[in-house]
Design a protein around this ligand. Structure first.
Ligand code: FAD
Ligand code: NAD
Length: 476
């Protein structure tokens, strides 16, 4: 059977499902194809983000943080337990699975509400005719669809270490790392990037002894280095062992566990014995099932679909968004590109500002930033002023019992325009939105400083950091 649509979206991750909804809102007849299958064999739209990424990791980060609070910090608040708190991991994982399922169901509901036709299966290009592009959907939804516009949003998957396949028992990708049936005594992590730090934190809080091996000599090089130094200090204090400049030489698995041979920056050969190993060294784009060759869809040497600034591929009417194209691998970046592409198909002229895409690392303390780092401004030679304010001097943070970290604002020395905001501390995943808004409106640091912020609130730290740019913080 053949069905014709205006727009076919391949992939229902945050890029694809949002693009499909926006295209439907604009009046197009839209289909969205996704292959993800849940444990019962049913569809599980939402992609990596919903199934094995953002959502389950944040569910486990929250549960494990509650446990850490109960074990280490509740006593300060005068809350004592008759018996020491314990973890029921099965229940914790079941809750995480319920959160995921709620999100899967939510997307199916949104498709229905917006009249997006959903097809569960793998979408592959067959060819191109006057009717448009022909796409075959494999089982379970055997169909052939045609459309003048195709949005490829097939996402990414974990990159393995060369020669070391993921077995999801001993050597884990993000998939297995979110579903361990027991807490390993010794957990190894390769890569001190976002996944390594977030998932390493989850299992450390639950009782694992965690060692992270990072190839680069610098910790979190993409972050502002004041923030990275503070984070490294706090993580070490929490017991997360991070080895920088580590060259992994070999990984051997056995019934008993995993052995990693690695060399330190001093050239000394070392071994890491662990029960399980998470490999989090970045991700690779998914284009395998697409049959891209059938239509000549261009990919670069690393497998990413080649697009211009507006997500146009080399083929007229074919667009690509999210993790399968250049740029940061972030759910909200994929979403913004999805909305913009749907609007471009409708003849509108949207714009995605890559300078104001926020980054958040959901460790404790949380880390968040937007815009330029101080090291980037130094390299560019642009004169700037810095304002920093610590959570230690904030009443709400003291009341919370979490005074780690600070907010740092970088502003142009001449115009005072905010060029970058860097945060480490409690709930900065939420606080960063104000900074994104300020930068999107090209606000000056003084604008933030003059805005009335509720008291007592963590957001007052942002205001004080803005005042500090002009050397006049009020509470420090
Ligand atoms: P995906 O979410 O990967 O979705 C692509 C979908 O397409 C998948 O369902 C896939 O099965 C399907 N597909 C692929 N090929 C085909 C085909 N041929 N036919 C049909 N379907 C196909 N980002 C954040 O912004 N915040 C976070 O907190 C965050 N946490 C993360 C935690 C982890 C552990 C991981 C792994 C990632 C995290 N990310 C986070 C990154 C985020 O998940 C991705 O950037 C985001 O999911 C990319 O969205 P996407 O739509 O491009 O692709
Ligand atoms: P990443 O790029 O964040 O970090 C990978 C780390 O592994 C880097 O520090 C890199 O230097 C290191 N590395 C690479 N090869 C290595 C090797 N052979 N030995 C030791 N270290 C090595 O990648 P990730 O942590 O796998 O995450 C993938 C993507 O998922 C990220 O790009 C991120 O955008 C996204 N993500 C985002 C969030 C969030 O927004 N909170 C959370 C998780 C994942």
């Amino acid at each position: 059977m053949k069905q014709t649509f205006d727009v076919v979206v391949i992939g229902a991750g945050p890029g694809g499902y949002i693009a499909a909804i926006r295209a439907a809102q604009l009046g197009f007849k839209v289909a969205c194809i996704d292959q993800w299958t849940n444990a019962k064999g049913g569809p599980a739209p939402g992609g990596t983000c919903t199934n094995v990424g953002c959502i389950p990791s944040k569910a486990l980060l929250q549960s494990s943080e509650h446990f850490e609070q109960a074990v280490r910090h509740f006593a300060e608040h005068g809350i004592v337990f008759a018996e020491a708190p314990a973890v029921d991991l099965k229940k914790m994982l079941a809750r995480k699975d319920r959160v995921v399922a709620q999100n899967n169901d939510g997307i199916l509901y949104l498709f229905k509400k917006n009249r997006v036709a959903f097809f569960h299966g793998t979408g592959a290009f067959v060819g191109r005719s006057d009717e448009g592009y022909e796409i075959r959907v494999s089982a379970p939804a055997q169909q052939t669809l045609t459309a003048q516009h195709v949005i490829v949003a097939t996402g990414s998957r974990a990159r393995p270490l060369p020669g070391v396949a993921f077995d999801e028992k001993r050597v884990l990708s993000n998939d297995g790392a979110l579903a361990m049936a027991n807490v390993p005594r010794r957990l190894g992590v390769i890569g001190a990037g976002v996944i390594g730090l977030e998932l390493g934190s989850v299992w450390r809080r639950l009782g694992a002894e965690v060692t992270v091996l990072e190839a680069l000599p610098t910790f979190l090089p993409a972050a502002d280095q004041d923030v990275a130094r503070e984070a490294q200090k706090v993580f070490a204090k929490q017991g997360l062992k991070i080895e920088l400049g580590a060259k992994v030489e070999a990984v051997r698995t056995s019934q008993g566990g995993v052995r990693v041979d690695w060399t330190g920056p001093d050239g000394k050969a070392q071994q890491l014995e662990c029960d399980r190993l998470i490999v989090a060294i970045g991700r690779i784009p998914n284009t395998d099932g697409l049959n891209a060759e059938a239509v000549g869809l261009a990919r670069d040497e690393r497998g990413y679909i080649v697009v211009d600034e507006e997500c146009r591929t080399n083929l007229p009417g074919v667009w690509a968004i999210g993790d399968v194209v250049r740029g940061p691998m972030l759910a909200h970046k994929a979403e913004e590109e999805g909305v913009a592409v749907a609007e471009r198909i409708a003849g509108q002229r949207p714009h995605v500002n890559f300078e104001t895409i926020p980054w958040v690392i959901y460790t404790s303390p949380e880390i968040a930033w937007v815009g330029a780092t101080e090291q980037r401004l130094q390299q560019s030679g642009r004169p700037y002023r810095v304002g920093t304010f610590p959570f230690m001097a904030n009443g709400r943070a003291r009341a919370l019992g979490d005074t780690t970290g600070f907010v740092k604002i970088l502003a142009d020395a001449a115009t005072d325009e905010v060029l970058g905001v860097h945060m480490i501390g409690p709930w900065v995943s939420e606080l960063i939105a104000e900074a994104v808004m300020a930068m999107e409106f090209r606000a000056a640091a003084e604008d933030i400083a003059r805005i009335c912020h509720a008291h007592p609130s963590l957001a007052e730290v942002t205001k004080e950091a803005a005042l500090a740019v002009d050397r006049r913080p009020l509470n420090f």
